[in-house]
Design a protein around this ligand. Sequence first.
Ligand code: ADP
Length: 169
Amino acid sequence: MKIELIKDDITKIEADAIVNAANSSLLGGGGVDGAIHRNGGKQILEECIEIRNKQGKCKTGEAVVTTAGNLPAKYVIHTVGPVWNGDEEKGTKLLANCYKNSLELAESLDVKTIAFPNISTGVYQFPKELAAKIAINEVKKFKSEILEKVIFVCFDEENEEIYRNLLEK
Ligand code: ADP
């Protein structure tokens, strides 16, 4: 599995799946979530509402899938990152689950390329360096016969630099 790093807006990425750092309501929010719903159109929200009606809120660390609406991707995988509260052990586990569950869901959909944003490092205030280590570790651990490429999409320079340093090691 190839790992790529880019600095971009994830809604522009042509991957089979892009991942959304959603909140548990699944009904949209700010940051990357806002951008995905804004640029992807109302079909994404409609499917999120359907999922909510069926299974209720999405728990932290879990992932669900919808179409990508008007975006170039095929699917949006919505995962709910943990809000940083200083509990490193619990936060690490929950954030790792976001990556693992998203990768498993992607694999079940026969996804070849998947793009991740820096989950939880915005409004949810997870320390960026720790979040990047967890993300890279989970992706490297995930052995897949189906997935060919994982793209880490950084939106800010700080995250891009952290990822570049960690990936060069
Ligand atoms: P969370 O609530 O999980 O912290 P945010 O959306 O607030 O989610 O932030 C997660 C990360 O997504 C941050 O690093 C932020 O810079 C980044 N981000 C915001 N908008 C976009 C976008 N359009 N494409 C990719 N990443 C984005």
